[in-house]
Ligand binder design. Structure first.
Ligand code: PNW
Length: 454
C-alpha cells in the first residue's frame, strides 16, 4: 500500500446477491417450492409488496444484469443457487433443467471477465423437507444439502473456483425456529433444545458441504462460509473495554464460529444451555471443523461494549440512545468500527489465511431526483466510506482481508420486507424493471477504478 487509502494490489471488489431475492420465476423449469414461498403466501407475513415470481426478473434479464456489473467495474459477483430448482423435493430425482440458468449465468460472467462466487445455500430450504421431518430440526436435512451439493459441484467446478457453503447459520436456524416471528420461515417458536439443535445442524450442513465440494470438484477450488457472527465495538477503546469487547465477541460466537474454527463447543456455551444442548458426536464435530480456505463475514452493525467488573460476564452491552444514527432497517445502526474490531478479533483468535467481507451494505430511502433522474444517496455513500475505512484500517494492521462484496448489486426482495427496503447500488423500479445506477454505485465504481478509498 503506497498511499493512505490505497488497497493492496489484487484486492477483489465485488457485489453480492441471493437467488430468491433477485431471480423471480422460482418454479420455472420444474423448480420446487421453498419454505420462503410458503411464508410469502401467508397473509400479513410480508411487510412490503413483494412478488417472488417477479423479484428483479434476473432469471430472464441476467445478461443485461451482467452488463450492468461490467459497467460498475466489479471483478467478482457472489450469487446463490436455489436448492429447490435442482432438487424440487429436496432429494431424489434431480431436475437437470434447474441448473441450466446457473450454467448460462456462469458463462456470461466469465465472458465478461467477472469471477463467479457461488453460495450453495442462501436460505431456500425445500418445503418438502420441512414437511417430511421438520426441516432444520432434523440432521437429515444437513445430509440432503450435501447430496445436492455433490450433484451440482461436478457440473460447475470446471468454471467456478470459489464457493461459499451456507449463508448466516443463525438466521435460517434460530431465526426460523426460535423467534415465532414471520422474519424467517417456518416462523416457529420451538423449545430451546430444538432451536440449539437447528443451529448445530446448520453447522453440520456447513461441514458436510465443505467435504462434498472438496470431494466432487473437478479442479482446484477455494471454500469458505458466509457467516454473520455478532459484531461488537468498544464504546471507548481503552484496553479494558477492548478486552471486554473481545470477551463479548467470543462468548456470542460460541454456538457457531467456535464450532467451525475449533471443532468444539465452548464450555461456557454448554454450561449456559445445560439440558438444552444439541445432540452431537465427536465425529460430527470433526466434520464441522473441516479446514477452510477462507472465512467470509457478513458485517452490518455492532453493539457497543464496556467493561464492568460487577456484571456476571465482566462486560455490559450499551443500549443505544434513541437518536443513535441508523440506516433504513430496524437493526441497521451506523457502527462502522464494529467492522474493524470483528476482523481484528477473528484474526487474533483463529488466524484464517484469508478473510472476505462477503456482505456489507445499507438500506436507504432512495428517491429519484425529478430534475435529472439521479439518485443522490449520500447516506449510502457515507456508510460505504466509513465501513471501508475500517476495513482499510484492519488491513493496514496486517489482517488478511482479500476482498469486499457490497450487498447488494441492485435493490431486490429483502426477505419479509419485500420491495420496501432498498440495499442496491442500482435502483430497481420493480414494475418496469428499469435499473438506474445510484450515486453510491458511481462512488463504488470510482473506488474500484483507483483501488483506493476516496
Ligand atoms: C443478510 N441482522 O441478512 C442476508 O445475507 C441478505 O440476504 C440480506 O438481504 C441482507 O443481509 C440485508 O438484510 C441479515 O438482524 C439478516 O442483523 C439479519 C441481520 C443482518 C443481515
Amino acid at each position: 500500500m503506497n498511499s493512505n487509502y490505497q488497497f493492496p494490489a489484487g484486492f477483489r471488489w465485488g457485489a453480492a446477491s441471493a437467488a430468491l431475492q433477485v431471480e423471480g420465476s422460482p418454479n420455472a423449469e420444474n423448480g420446487g417450492v421453498s419454505t420462503w414461498q410458503t411464508l410469502y403466501q401467508r397473509p400479513g407475513a410480508i411487510v412490503g409488496d413483494g412478488d417472488l415470481g417477479r423479484a428483479c426478473e434476473h432469471f430472464k434479464r441476467f445478461r443485461d444484469d451482467v452488463r450492468l456489473m461490467k459497467e460498475l467495474g466489479i471483478s467478482d459477483y457472489r450469487f446463490s443457487i436455489a436448492w429447490p430448482r435442482v432438487f424440487p423435493e429436496g432429494d431424489g430425482t434431480p431436475n437437470p433443467r434447474g441448473l441450466d440458468f446457473y450454467q448460462q449465468l456462469i458463462d456470461e460472467l466469465l465472458d465478461n471477465g467477472i469471477t463467479p462466487w457461488v453460495t450453495m445455500f442462501h436460505w431456500e430450504t425445500p418445503q418438502a423437507l420441512e414437511d417430511r421431518w421438520g426441516g432444520w430440526r432434523d440432521k437429515r436435512t444437513a445430509h440432503k444439502l450435501a447430496d445436492y451439493v455433490s450433484y451440482v459441484v461436478p457440473r460447475i467446478s470446471d468454471r467456478v473456483k470459489d464457493f461459499f457453503t451456507v449463508n448466516e447459520i443463525g438466521c435460517f436456524t434460530a431465526g426460523g425456529y426460535g423467534t415465532g416471528s414471520d422474519g424467517f420461515p417456518p416462523a416457529l417458536k420451538c423449545e430451546a433444545q430444538v432451536v440449539n439443535q437447528t443451529i448445530y445442524n446448520g453447522c453440520l450442513a456447513h461441514g458436510l458441504t465443505v467435504q462434498a465440494i472438496r470431494a466432487a470438484a473437478i479442479g482446484p477450488v477455494e471454500i469458505g462460509i458466509a457467516d454473520n457472527p455478532g459484531a461488537f465495538t468498544p464504546l471507548i477503546a481503552t484496553q479494558e473495554n477492548i478486552e471486554a469487547c473481545k470477551q463479548a465477541f467470543v462468548s456470542r460466537a460460541g454456538s457457531i464460529l467456535t464450532l467451525i474454527m475449533e471443532g468444539r463447543h465452548r464450555e461456557e456455551y454448554l454450561r449456559q444451555v445445560g439440558d438444552a444442548a444439541p445432540v452431537f458426536t465427536e465425529d460430527e464435530l470433526k466434520v464441522i471443523h473441516e479446514p477452510l480456505d477462507f472465512l467470509g463475514l457478513n458485517i452490518y452493525h455492532g453493539h457497543e461494549v464496556v467493561a464492568d467488573a460487577s456484571a456476571p460476564e465482566g462486560y455490559r452491552m450499551i443500549a443505544k440512545p434513541v437518536s443513535f444514527p441508523k440506516l433504513d432497517m430496524p437493526w441497521l445502526d451506523f457502527t462502522p468500527s464494529c467492522t474493524y474490531w470483528t476482523l481484528r478479533f477473528i484474526h487474533e483468535l483463529w488466524r484464517p489465511r484469508k478473510i472476505f467481507v462477503s456482505e456489507n451494505g445499507a438500506a436507504c430511502i432512495d428517491k429519484i431526483n425529478p430534475d435529472d433522474g439521479e439518485i443522490y444517496d449520500s447516506d449510502r455513500i457515507l456508510f460505504i466510506n466509513n465501513y471501508l475505512d475500517q476495513i482499510h484500517r484492519a488491513i493496514a494492521e496486517g489482517v488478511p482481508v482479500k476482498g469486499y462484496f457490497y450487498w447488494s448489486l441492485m435493490d431486490n426482495l429483502e426477505w419479509r420486507w419485500g420491495e420496501a427496503k432498498r440495499f442496491g447500488l442500482y435502483y430497481v423500479n420493480f414494475k418496469t424493471q428499469k435499473r438506474i445506477l445510484k450515486q453510491s454505485g458511481k462512488y463504488y465504481r470510482e473506488i474500484i477504478r483507483r483501488n483506493a478509498l476516496i
